[in-house]
Design a protein around this ligand. Structure first.
Ligand code: PHE
Ligand code: NA
Length: 448
């Protein structure tokens, strides 16, 4: 194929691509979900399984998504179809992209609700309403927020609008500008908070909790959670990285670029854990508190520390920024598809998609109040969507992408596009043909 670019535009440089993809990857998954699932799954052992999943499954699949997107320079559905056609196999592989778009819609609907909680806590920290609160008071305040659908609706709506505006402005004016401003801010905030956590008395306890590997705590269920999370955290198996890859400059090597993104995402998750657990331990609280870890325990902890109000505010701003850049990337594949398939303008496509995810989000925020009785497989809408996207749909998208790229795409195209050393290529090919599909299949099987 000759040199071409996406009609949506392309990133100004390799570094912008790295930062944009990192912006997608680094989100609530790193700062909210990773610490609480690590807490629920016993700490160190879980962290180790997670790191193995990132290295052996996540990185090879991310490389694959970038190469398919960049080769075709189109939205995920059309990119998969084009690459399939070029390798003389069926265009039905494009269905992976369709499923991916559906995953994106479902993820957005609960993601935006959690991001709404974050916005609420930015305000709560700024006004000092939780200063000096006990755990009971902070728990009651969080539950009161969950039980107030109108408040949640307001925040969810605000967050959805913030996201629509950036996506509608397009790859260069919207996504790239947001990346240039928000990513440096995110790293600075994280470093400041990390420095702060290091000064707390719980730092060593937090460190040991995360890095003392105790294998007896590993269960198949926690392996499923670790595998699912490695997809969620790297934004894989749903088209986002394929879409971002389709805007990647041709000269850049996919191998080192993807390694940088994977390393940055992992670093942020680990540092976020090292910010949160020390603060939890310094205050004698429970690391296995679940989804409320960030919203109950942390405000209490911050409320009792010198300067805690200010650092608490910074912390929630950090989480808000991270969630925003990820939410943008959740919409991008479908917006690109609507624009390319139906010749829609980006504003129209973004508003259309935004309205759909906004409406679905109402069922998610209602899961804590007026829809708490509506359950699927014993889970509320919110929990159900979180569960099926991370633990089923994204790994399924991943396994199909791996099988497609490993067994159906002509290897000379993969080699040409990845342009990595022979040893790295052999690792990629082995991982994508065998390790990733088999690992995902085993974990699926054992959990059914
Ligand atoms: N990777 C993001 C996070 O860790 C979530 C996400 C998933 C974003 C899929 C885009 C696509 O929060
Ligand atoms: Na992430």
């Amino acid at each position: 194929m000759q040199e071409k670019t996406s009609i949506q535009g392309s990133w100004a440089s390799r570094w912008i691509f790295i930062l944009a993809a990192t912006g997608s990857a680094v989100g609530l998954g790193n700062i909210w979900k990773f610490p609480y699932i690590t807490g629920e799954n016993g700490g160190g052992a879980f962290v180790l399984v997670y790191l193995v999943c990132i290295l052996l499954v996540g990185i090879p699949i991310m490389m694959t998504e970038v190469f398919i997107g960049r080769r075709a320079r189109k939205n995920p559905v059309h990119a998969l179809e084009d690459v399939a056609e070029e390798s003389e196999t069926t265009r039905a592989w494009g269905l992976i992209g369709m499923m991916g778009m559906l995953s994106g819609v479902l993820i957005f609907s609960f993601y935006s609700v959690v991001a709404g909680w974050v916005l609420h806590y930015i305000k709560a920290m700024a006004t000092g309403e939780l200063a000096g609160a006990t755990s009971e008071q902070a728990g009651a305040a969080f539950n009161a927020l969950l039980a107030d659908p109108m408040a949640l609706l307001g925040w969810h709506t605000l967050f959805t609008i913030m996201t629509i505006i950036v996506v509608a402005r397009g790859v260069n004016k919207g996504l790239e500008t947001a990346t240039r401003i928000m990513m440096p801010a995110l790293f600075v905030l994280l470093l400041v908070l990390f420095g702060y956590a290091m000064t707390t008395s719980g730092f060593s306890a937090g460190w040991h909790f995360m890095f003392d590997f105790d294998f007896s705590k590993i269960t198949w269920d926690s392996v499923l959670v670790a595998l699912g999370h490695s997809f969620f955290t790297l934004s894989l198996g749903m088209g986002t990285i394929m879409a971002y890859g389709s805007y990647m400059p041709k000269k850049a090597s996919i191998g080192s670029t993807v390694l940088a993104i994977g390393a940055l995402d992992t670093l942020v998750a680990l540092v976020a854990g090292l910010c949160i657990f020390p603060i939890i331990f310094a205050n004698g609280m429970d690391p296995a508190a679940g989804p409320g870890l960030m919203f109950i325990s942390l405000p209490v902890a911050f409320g009792q520390m010198p300067g805690g109000q200010f650092f608490g505010f910074l912390f929630f701003v950090l989480v808000g920024v991270a969630a925003w850049t990820s939410a943008i990337s959740l919409m991008e594949p479908t917006v690109a598809y609507l624009v390319e398939r139906f010749k829609m303008g980006r504003w129209k496509a973004s508003i259309l998609l935004g309205s759909a995810v906004w409406a679905l989000g109402i069922a998610c925020l209602g899961s804590f109040s007026f829809m708490s009785d509506v359950t699927m497989f014993g889970k509320t809408t919110f929990d159900f969507l979180d569960y099926i996207t991370a633990n089923i749909m994204m790994p399924l998208g991943g396994i199909l992408t791996a099988i497609f790229a490993g067994w159906f795409v002509k290897s000379k195209y993969a080699k040409e596009e990845l342009s990595i050393s022979d040893a790295f290529y052999s690792f990629w090919r082995f991982a994508i043909r065998f390790i990733a599909p088999i690992a995902i299949a085993i974990v699926f099987y054992l959990n059914l």
